[in-house]
Ligand binder design. Structure first.
Ligand code: ASP
Length: 582
């Protein structure tokens, strides 16, 4: 037996007991006549003591051999500490060591393994196993495990069955790029890793599984944007004989349960907003509704004066910054520079100061009267002491820009409070989205999403106007889940593929198995998938998903610890018939 207790559990109640511990050396303090060692394991820290009066000289000498991160096994008696440490649960006791074994020595670690470390990101990733010994990382992984267990238990209690679906599947050109895996036994042919188990979970519904979930890895070979991982985890769910309302209420239940469980936040329900409304009011399909600063459209009150820029714009839209009239001219100029950065892309910004005496002072006073500006204030909900910021341009572009500005300002004003949670369903997404470059429509969610009842005919006349039974769950400005009601008959699915530019031949070749299945009594069905990594990060009150993944990849998709991806040797390439041309 290596240990009788962990390093996190001893306290006054154990004083006088003989115990055995195992763990890592966090720190050695050698005062000559006495040596203290902090011994660490997953559960905590326990102070070990060796001293001239009570420890045999030989043992005291041996204690001095232990360096940082050595693995020790010790036996001794729990005694009361002279100088107590109220900050840790074991702070009132220490263990007077009588037996001491070095189970394994350690090289000097490349960075300090404490709550705050001197190790840079790259170094910590290279030695991730050491990083994981640090409490912040360790606690995140424990938290992730708790959330995952809670999800499993909740769904299991609601009658969901966890089914595994294959990782080696077939590549399809829809959506993001696939990771492919060459097949040795079928030379020249490739599997693809799933971007999601979408078609399989639908087939499980055809198979009568009724309520399915899976906590599952998904793979997307995308150019990595900040805080994306090429492999990530979804809570993937599907239900048969359901309408949108059934899915929303089931997963509203799960979300509210998690908020209650992990934050004691009790919410009665999750508000809903249509996609169109979200764009109009917040410029985004994943608005953070913890704070206001809603958009006010100003076309009717700002156009048809002498200000050419606004007259020529498709959309003039502004928002009120609470208390923003305090900003100096320099600060407003800096904000203007901020929206003009290429990442945001606005051409310029108009401001209106709302003075305490009820008057306005704007950067466009030449063109607008006080009366005009008071209408702007009404449209944006600005009050005395606020600052109105206005952008103009094409509708989609300007909404995105103002949304970025809204989030930035909220961040600066401290309105994005980590302990506050505001979930939101965004519903009625467009079915199709036009690719401006190719002029082609593609599925906004995926090609299996059903249009709203009665909208099939619109597909021919005004495809962009067709709305889908598709929904996203948004939490604090992040999309944490999304799903839809699916098409479940062959004819509709064929029509959909045709509208997405598939020839009948292509549709059959890529998705024939699904359309065939629809002919054998496919039930109406729908589902949703949550991004587990992001959900856990947000519930954990943090921004970065990487901190909640045991072995994440870096921004170039590399695992710097195992050094992957890596070339494979020539014999392996031969076997796969993949010899690269020299
Ligand atoms: N498969 C979809 C996704 O990964 C989710 C769903 O429709 O259930 O986004």
């Amino acid at each position: 037996m290596y240990r009788t207790h962990t390093c996190g559990e001893l306290n006054e109640a154990h004083i006088g007991q003989k115990v055995q511990l195992a763990g890592w050396v966090q720190k050695v303090r050698d005062k000559g006549f006495v040596v203290w060692i902090d011994l660490r394991d997953r559960y905590g820290l326990t102070q070990l003591v060796f001293d001239q009066d009570r420890t045999p000289a030989e043992l005291l000498e041996k204690a001095r051999e232990a360096g940082r991160e050595y693995v020790l096994q010790v036996s001794g008696e729990v005694i009361e500490r002279a100088s107590k440490n109220p900050k840790i649960p074991t702070g009132n006791i220490e263990v007077l060591v009588s037996e001491f074994t070095i189970l394994n020595p350690s090289l000097t670690p490349p960075f300090t393994i404490e709550d705050t470390t001197d190790g840079g990101e790259e170094l910590r990733m290279k030695y991730r196993y050491l990083d994981i010994r640090r409490s912040p990382v360790k606690n995140n992984l424990i938290f992730r495990s708790r959330v995952t267990m809670e999800v499993r238990n909740y769904l299991a209690a609601k009658g969901f069955i966890e089914v595994e679906t294959p990782y080696l599947i077939k590549s399809t050109p829809e959506g993001a790029r696939d990771f492919v895996v060459p097949s040795r036994m079928n030379a020249g042919e490739f599997y693809a890793l799933p971007q999601s188990p979408q078609t399989f979970k639908q087939l499980l519904m055809v198979g009568g599984m009724d309520k399915y979930f899976q906590i599952v890895k998904c793979f997307r070979d995308e150019d990595l944007r900040a805080d994306r991982q090429p492999e990530f985890t979804q809570i993937d769910c599907e239900m048969a004989f359901v309408e949108q309302e059934d899915i929303l209420s089931t997963f509203e239940g799960l979300t509210l349960h998690l908020l209650e469980q992990f934050h004691g936040v009790h919410l009665e329900e999750i508000p809903r907003m249509t996609y169109d409304e979200a764009l109009k009011r917040y410029g985004s399909d994943k608005p953070d509704i913890r704070f206001g600063m809603e958009f006010g459209e100003l076309n009717t009150v700002a156009q048809n004066r002498d200000f050419k820029i606004f007259n020529e714009a498709e959309m003039v839209v502004g928002l009120a910054v609470p208390g923003g009239n305090q900003y100096s001219r320099k600060e407003i100029d800096a904000l203007t520079d901020w929206v003009r950065r290429p990442q945001v892309g606005a051409k310029g910004m108009v401001y209106v100061r709302c003075n305490e005496d009820g008057s306005f002072k704007s950067s466009v006073d030449k063109f607008y009267s006080q009366e005009d500006l008071s209408l702007w204030a009404a449209a944006t909900g600005a009050e005395k002491g606020d600052l109105i910021l206005v952008l103009s341009g094409d509708t989609d572009g300007v909404r995105t820009q103002l949304s970025m500005l809204r989030m930035e300002l909220a961040q600066r004003l401290g309105l994005r409070k980590p302990g506050e949670f505001a979930p939101l369903w965004v519903v009625d997404f467009p079915l199709l989205e036009k690719d401006e470059e190719t002029g082609r429509y593609h599925a906004m969610h995926h090609p299996f999403t059903a249009p709203k009842p009665g909208q099939m005919e619109l597909l021919d006349t005004d495809p962009g106007a067709v709305r889908a039974n598709a929904y996203d769950l948004v939490l604090n400005g992040n999309e944490i889940g999304g799903g839809s009601i699916r098409i479940h008959d062959r004819t509709t699915q064929e029509i959909m593929f045709r509208h997405l530019g598939f020839s009948p031949e292509e549709a059959r070749q890529q998705f024939g198995f699904l359309m065939d299945a629809f002919q054998y009594g496919a039930p109406p069905h729908g589902g949703i998938a949550f991004g587990l990594d992001r959900l856990v990060a947000i519930l954990g009150g943090q921004e970065s998903i990487r901190d909640f993944i045991a072995f994440p990849k870096n921004n170039s998709g590399r695992d710097v610890m195992i050094d992957a991806p890596a070339p494979i040797d020539s014999a392996q390439l031969d076997e796969l018939q993949l010899q690269l041309k020299k």
